[in-house]
Design a protein around this ligand. Sequence first.
Ligand SMILES: [Zn+2]
Ligand SMILES: [Zn+2]
Length: 267
Amino acid sequence: MIAYAAHGPGWPGLLFFLGLGLLIAIGLILSGNRGRADLLLRVARHVGGTVVDDGWWRESEIRFRIAGRDAVLGFFNGTRHQRPWSRVSVSLGGLAPGTLHVLEDGFGQSFLKLFGAQDLEIGDAAFDRDYVVKATPESYAARVFAPERRAEVVRTVRSLRGLADPTFDVTPPQLTVTVRRFLRDEPAMLALIHAAREFVGYVLQEAPPPGMVFGEVTAAAGACPVCGTGLKDRVVRCEQCRTPHHRECWAYMGRCSTYACRGTAAR
Ligand SMILES: [Zn+2]
Ligand SMILES: [Zn+2]
């Protein structure tokens, strides 16, 4: 008894505190997951979608519809080598007649080099100063940013300004709107969905009539699905669906660009 008093609580006491600590830690993790599950449910209900839970090792995602097309809001929490992201992808099924990328000035330098000296201006001085626009073919950018809807498109793109490096990426298989942050709040998630909904409207207005499917032609010609230019060297393949990408394009997108493919690793 004397030794017990002199040396603190002793083994039984130590085990008790360790156990208590463990229980508190597990409780915190579970309540954190619960909070996120509730958040995703609220967002899903807001857009008439469903939460898809693919197991504890994967982030849940929200599947819903935009303009009658399949859409998904997905998340990636990042690793030591990859930035986190949150993104909305909308399936276009090869409907877009090319690729189009809109980035904030200063972001994605190694990706942008693939387009050489291409410098597209859409005719709005402030926007052209703040953003970089790339397209294959070049004329596709002018069509999406056509004068009659330019102000609307600019407003949609600017609506995500301030979120971490937002980009709008149109490829034949899908439209993707990405921010490089793991979103944890409802307003930001809804803003992302809203921007994707508006942008897909502009893309669909510029889609070619049925029968002309540029995307399939491009894929057959061996072009990269992200930038739409030829794939000769610097090629990596998605570990899940084997689709080839330029190394830079893979790094820029942070994952596979096949719609609904969840591949986040390539070699
Ligand atoms: Zn590429
Ligand atoms: Zn893939």
